[in-house]
Design a protein around this ligand. Structure first.
Ligand SMILES: [Zn+2]
Length: 235
């Protein structure tokens, strides 16, 4: 049994997952992981989802009229057999890369210190990502704005390679806790679009009225009326 499952295209229009898999499959390392396309119907149509956002659908419902709710039960059954699950995402308006642990606390099942990324986000609400029901699962989000796609894909591939090296090397027993250079944030809310907002930048602390926060994914969800998500620093 392989230890790692890599999940791609939970959002069908986010192609980075398969681009990373295609790079990894050309290597020896292929024998150390399994992978699956979480939302094959949306992937085929190159759209975010078909009936319902899969990233809000877990644990799912095998009898639902919504394709993604049925699919969620299938993906979860597979994912829970693995020690570690990495779900790959991209953000077109994002300028940073980060780990998302979609829960209140870090959890004990995924060794975040073995992932070579500095920013870790606890993001417990809304519910429904796979990682909110399985503690072995994290998401990696890669920002694509103003960046060369090939470079971002290469970076993501290197992060996965390194993680596989770490978990397959017996001397490197997964440890708990975070590395010294890792920063932990907590996503606690969102800022809706208003007229007189100052210029916001991801991860750049800002004070609006009495509230101080770090903006996240500024402009990514404009069509939903969201200016950005709001975070506070934990560690
Ligand atoms: Zn996504």
């Amino acid at each position: 049994m392989k230890k790692l499952l890599i999940i791609t295209s939970t959002h069908g229009d986010e192609r980075i997952g398969m681009e990373v898999i295609n790079k990894l499959r050309k290597q020896e390392i292929e024998k150390y992981f399994d992978w699956l396309i979480a939302n094959p119907r949306a992937y085929k149509k190159n759209q975010r989802f078909v009936d319902f956002d899969l990233n809000r659908a877990y644990p799912g419902d095998g009898n639902s009229v919504f394709y993604e709710k049925r699919r969620a039960t299938e993906v979860m059954k597979i994912a829970q057999k693995y020690d570690f699950v990495i779900d790959l995402h991209e953000a077109s308006a994002g300028i940073n890369d980060f780990i998302v642990a979609p829960r209140e606390k870090i959890g004990k099942k995924f060794p975040l210190n073995l992932v070579n990324m500095q920013k870790i986000l606890l993001w417990p609400s809304p519910k429904g990502p796979l990682g909110s029901v399985l503690e072995n699962t994290i998401e990696l989000e890669f920002g694509m704005k103003n960046r060369k796609r090939t470079k971002v894909v290469e970076k993501a591939t290197r992060i996965i390679e390194r993680f596989i090296n770490q978990i397959t090397n017996e001397r490197n027993k997964p440890r708990r806790g975070l590395r010294k250079n890792q920063k932990l944030f907590y996503v606690y809310g969102k800022l809706m679009k208003e007229k007189s907002l100052p210029i916001l930048k991801d991860f750049k602390l800002i004070k609006i009225g009495k509230e101080q926060f770090f903006p996240l994914l500024v402009g990514q969800y404009q069509q939903l009326g969201i200016r950005c998500y709001k975070m506070r620093r934990v560690i």
